[in-house]
Write a protein that binds this ligand. Structure first.
Ligand SMILES: Cc1cc2nc3c(=O)[nH]c(=O)nc-3n(C[C@H](O)[C@H](O)[C@H](O)COP(=O)(O)OP(=O)(O)OC[C@H]3O[C@@H](n4cnc5c(N)ncnc54)[C@H](O)[C@@H]3O)c2cc1C
Length: 477
């Protein structure tokens, strides 16, 4: 009998959400992830919008799962103590032709029971004075929100681990073999024997699929690049979209984030190397030129950072979520492009439905689907802060001045399940290095804390994955 019932390949939002939902059943589940941390792929770098589901075409799995998934987000985020900010999404039409397209989107929203309201140019300007002079009418999907997708993925895995799920980092799947009634997955971190395999490998899903069957679809990853504007600029209160089109997709948006900074992007360019996440002059120029259609006075000179993420697009226009022909109990969750974050809770339900056709799923009555709220000094009342500091003085020692993050918080985020193992891991979990100084002041202290907590030399502390050591040699002072 294989050791595991289910092995999930890939710890992005698809694998994370599935692992969390599976952890309510009596199953032996493992997630194997090629990187040194969870959610390092598309889930880390995207627009973070919980689209409500007006955009995907009729009759698609994308349309169905987007609507169902988005509805689950507020309660999931509450349960897992993750941020959900209901900003609303405005689709800004410029002229009669685009206004007609807004009517089509509204009709589609009616069919899907998605709430919206109309705003005239005057009404819209009263709330968003930076709308461009071309904007004539706005369709407001006011239940749209933003999350921090990385945080949700990590929280799902943390909760799943609490229910017995195993996570293996630095474990790239290199080979898959049919054994008896199941599968053996070989990685440099060991082999995993399992009854079911879920392929949730994002831009690498085709490579994994090719290990068990010939592929009828092909990967065509597309890059999206962004500017991040400083949190004191806040040029918009709502997410501002242009009217979507076949050529430009959802277009270039302005997105107020859960961290109160603002993203401007993305472009959409095909790329040869699915792991190339560098920004480009051309890509950022496209973003600058296209945001001007819907917005003016965008202070791009106040950008603190740029970044890019790669969409796991394929030749299939829809999500591919199915058991692979000729590979029993091997399930693809591929082509999970936008709205893959918004859809992920429903993608997990859909996969569980597929599993339940051939597997007996029994509830684990002891499963705890919540996650302990991490201690965040900046969010505490003065009394709570005093109590926390009295219990552990490390919470009084501020390491990150920009975001007011203490040593106690950093230590807690290393020690918890699915804890940080690198400087970037701490940055993503807590935010030191994400403020205005971008790590200039706090990073050396974070290196020291990591070395101490992991019991390694500072020379061994990684910025991110294998080989990304920050310090190269000792200083002879
Ligand atoms: C620019 C951009 C903007 C987007 N905006 C939005 C948005 O606003 N709203 C929305 O809903 N969606 C959005 N999306 C889409 C969303 O980001 C994706 O649909 C979602 O993140 C896909 O998650 P995933 O888990 O399937 O893939 P990923 O997050 O890419 O995760 C795949 C994981 O598999 C791992 N892996 C790969 N190969 C192997 C291997 N051999 N062995 C082990 N592990 C492996 C990777 O390291 C990675 O961690 C956007 C995407 C991009 C790029």
């Amino acid at each position: 009998m294989p050791k595991y019932d289910v092995v999930i390949i890939g710890a992005g939002i698809t694998g994370a959400m599935l692992s969390w939902k599976l952890s309510q059943y009596q199953l032996r589940t493992a997630i194997i992830e090629k990187e040194n941390d969870v959610a390092e792929g598309a889930t880390m770098a995207n627009s973070a919008v919980i689209h409500v589901g007006y955009d995907p075409e009729e009759g698609t799995l994308k349309g169905e799962l987007n609507v169902k998934g988005a509805l689950q987000y507020p309660s999931i985020c509450e349960k897992l103590h993750c941020a959900f900010r209901q900003t609303g999404a405005w689709i800004a039409a410029c002229g009669a032709e685009e206004e007609a397209h807004l009517d089509l989107l509204a009709a589609r929203a009616d069919k899907r029971n998605i709430p919206y309201r109309w705003r005239s140019r005057e009404e819209a300007l009263a709330e968003e004075p930076n709308l461009s002079d071309q904007v004539t009418r706005v369709l407001d999907f006011y239940t749209t929100g933003v999350i921090y997708p990385w945080e949700v993925a990590e929280a799902c895995i943390e909760s799943a681990i609490g229910n017995g799920t195993e996570l293996y980092l630095n474990a790239p799947c290199q080979h898959i073999e049919r054994i008896g009634g199941g599968w053996r997955i070989d990685t440099p971190a060991g082999s995993f024997e399992t009854a079911y395999v879920i392929n949730a490998a994002g831009v690498h899903a085709e490579d994994i699929h090719a290990m068990v069957a010939e592929s009828k679809w092909h990967s065509t990853p597309r890059k999206g690049e962004y500017y991040v504007l400083d949190d004191d600029t806040q040029p918009v209160k709502h997410i501002i979209f242009p009217v979507p089109s076949k050529e430009k997709g959802k277009g270039v948006l302005a997105i107020p984030t859960v961290h109160c900074d603002t993203l401007i992007g993305p472009n959409s360019d095909y790329l040869e190397d699915p792991d190339d996440v560098g920004t480009t002059d051309d890509g950022l120029a496209y973003v600058r030129n296209n945001i001007a259609k819907t917005l003016k006075n965008i202070p791009l000179n106040r950008s603190i950072r740029t970044f890019a993420g790669n969409r796991p697009t394929t030749t299939s226009p829809d999500f591919i979520i199915e058991e692979v022909e000729g590979a029993p109990h091997f399930i693809d969750a591929a082509s999970i492009e936008s709205p893959g974050i918004a859809s992920s809770p429903a993608i997990a339900d859909y996969i569980i439905e597929i599993l339940s056709r051939s597997m007996k799923l029994e509830r684990n009555e002891n499963a705890d689907m919540s996650r302990k709220k991490p201690p965040i000094i900046a969010e505490m009342t003065p009394e709570e802060r005093q109590a926390q500091i009295a219990a552990d003085p490390a919470f009084a020692k501020i390491i990150c001045r920009c975001n007011q993050i203490s040593e106690g918080e950093i230590v807690a985020c290393i020690r918890k399940p699915c804890g940080a193992r690198s400087v970037k891991g701490i940055r993503k979990r807590l935010g030191p290095g994400m403020g205005r100084c971008q790590g200039g002041f706090c990073e050396p202290k974070v290196v020291q804390i990591l070395a101490r907590e992991l019991g390694i030399s500072p020379l061994e502390v990684l910025y991110d994955g294998t080989g990304s050591n920050i310090l190269q040699s000792e200083n002879r002072i």
